[in-house]
Unconditional design. Structure first.
Ligand code: 8YV
Length: 315
């Protein structure tokens, strides 16, 4: 029996590639120089699209694969998949929730600590002789006991909150409704109130058209010159131009960012700032989590072609 044809949008680690190639007839879009021509040649054969969170599948890609039945996303975020077009064409969509939650929360908290305590600069200070030449490293700001705000108390936001509890922080959150299992934390109904509360403002909400630029200039001003934004969600949740201006002027204290508009390219203005911590979208990037994500991506594909229920459907 011939293997189902899969369109692979971006590379995976070898431990995923090998079993994917065994189970499916994989067409590697990412290796094609002319992607449009590649889709025109292979699109009709494709029965499922295997993609990554940040790469998704846009309307043109879905339309170029008229026989696709499933889009399997390696990532929890599926904002880069054109869900409306998938729905219209009866294409199912799966993602990889839960398996990455702990690692994403860990990195968000690590970014807060790293930037607040100036650890990147401190490393240079120790290495380049500044310690011996200039003396003590400049003083930084405390984390424990201060105020945290979590914008979006989903799986990841909740895990961030649990970690921050260990730092004795005064935790508030904003979501559509209060969560029963977060009764020790303060529910605030608007991002504006949350921004006024927070010294450390975590952006952990799933991105969509509705949340685009939800963190705007007004929110940044309310977080203020002593506050920090930590974004481990999607760049589109922040107005990046307003962010850069606020960081340049000092009206916002600092920002720790794992995601960027147009990534992997960065707005060069970020590179001139010393009040940012820049990370290359790797919050789920541990061996353990990426192996679990790859397994879940394949399990969804296999379930679909075996006529079994999808494990983690979003559509
Ligand atoms: C990426 C992510 O998928 O989970 C998500 O939504 O964006 C990430 O986990 C990961 O970087 C692999 O491309």
């Amino acid at each position: 029996m011939s293997k189902p044809v899969i369109l692979q949008v971006g590379p995976y680690p070898e431990w995923d590639q090998v079993p994917l190639d065994v189970a499916f007839d994989v067409r590697r879009l990412f290796e094609a120089n002319d992607k449009k021509a590649y889709l025109a040649e292979h699109g009709n054969d494709v029965r499922a699209i295997a993609t990554r969170g940040e790469l998704g599948a846009d309307a043109d890609m879905i339309a170029a694969c008229p026989n696709a039945e499933l889009i399997s996303v390696y990532g929890v975020g599926y904002d880069a998949v054109d869900i409306e077009v998938a729905r219209e064409r009866n294409v199912r969509v799966t993602n990889t929730p839960d398996v990455l939650t702990g690692d994403v929360a860990d990195l968000g908290v690590a970014m807060m600590l790293c930037l607040s305590r100036g650890m990147v600069g401190a490393e240079t200070w120790a290495r380049d002789g500044s310690w011996a030449e200039k003396g003590l490293y400049p003083l930084k700001r405390r984390v424990f006991g201060r105020k945290a705000g979590i914008l979006g108390l989903g799986r990841i936001g909740y895990e961030v909150g649990k970690r921050l509890q260990g730092f004795g922080m005064d935790i508030a959150y904003t979501d559509l409704a209060p969560r029963d299992d977060a009764s020790e934390w303060t529910f605030l109904s608007t991002p504006r109130e949350l921004a006024e509360h927070a010294d450390f403002f975590f952006v952990t909400l799933a991105a969509s058209e509705k949340t685009r630029h939800i963190v705007n200039r007004e929110i940044m001003d309310a977080i203020g010159p002593d506050g920090m934004i930590i974004n481990i969600s999607r760049a589109s949740n922040l107005d990046e131009d307003a962010l850069i201006e606020a960081l340049q002027s000092g009206s916002l204290g600092s920002a720790a960012l794992d995601v960027f508009e147009g990534e992997p390219a960065l707005d060069p203005r970020f590179l001139a700032l010393d009040n940012v911590l820049l990370q290359p979208h790797h919050s789920s990037g541990t061996v353990e989590t990426r192996k679990a994500m790859g397994q879940l991506l394949r399990d969804n594909l296999s379930a679909h072609f075996a006529g079994q229920p999808l494990l983690t459907p979003v559509l």
